[in-house]
Write a protein that binds this ligand. Structure first.
Ligand code: DC
Length: 209
């Protein structure tokens, strides 16, 4: 069974993907981390994130880079969003993601284009979203918890900019697949969000055995 979990930044899709993977006993791939590694490697190469050639060259990043906790930072997210607009980068990362999706037994993948491009054949497609204000609040709480001081307004501005770049890029933009279940978690805490997702997935599987 392949489960595709897409959605904008800070929507909670990563947490939901991991919870689904644990629930169904499936491996999970955070595809955003691959784009974050490419963005990171461009900086390490002293390259330009807006240059497609520099970004494609950075797709040969070493696998150990995926373990670097700094890839989770806001800065790394912004660089990832910039390199992800290049079609050459998306092409270079396609096979790795597709192979993960096709492994025997299935997998959960989370990202922006899983249900539309990487696994249009997924058995379950979810699009997890929440309001900009709520996503900013969650990100702010998470960062404050890590003792990173940043004004809420700055996070909100960054989220709006990232959404715009992810939605408006020509190649594989962020959007819900026509057959995706859209779940808005604005009014939910983490447990309620997972409950809503699990109920939707169970209903979907019961109707599509
Ligand atoms: O999910 P994330 O915040 O780690 O993703 C970082 C950036 O990577 C995001 O702004 C856009 C890009 N990305 C993408 O284009 N396609 C994906 N499947 C995953 C992430």
């Amino acid at each position: 069974m392949i489960i595709a979990v897409d959605g904008p930044t800070a929507s909670g899709k990563g947490t939901i993907a991991k919870q689904l993977a644990a629930h169904f006993g499936l491996p999970c791939l955070d595809t955003g981390l691959l784009y974050r590694a490419v963005g990171w490697q461009v900086s390490a190469n002293d390259g330009d994130h807006d240059s497609e050639a520099d970004a494609v060259a950075a797709c040969a990043f070493p696998d150990e880079l995926l373990e670097n906790p700094e890839l989770r930072s806001e800065e790394a997210g912004g660089r990832a969003s910039r390199v992800s607009v290049h079609p050459g980068v998306r092409k270079a990362l396609f096979e790795r993601q597709r192979a993960f999706a096709e492994q025997p037994g299935g997998a959960v993948l989370d990202g922006r284009d899983i249900g539309t491009v990487i696994a249009p054949d997924a058995d379950v497609k979810l699009f997890i979203t929440a309001s900009v204000q709520e996503r900013a609040r969650r990100r702010w709480l998470e960062m404050t918890g890590r003792e990173i001081e940043i004004p809420l307004a700055e996070i909100e501005k960054d989220i709006v900019a990232r959404d715009a770049r992810d939605i408006n890029r020509k190649d594989a933009p962020l959007k819900a697949a026509p057959d995706a279940m859209v779940i808005d978690t604005t009014a939910f805490d983490k447990d309620q969000a997972f409950e809503a997702v699990l109920e939707a997935v169970r209903d979907h599987l019961a109707q599509n055995p």
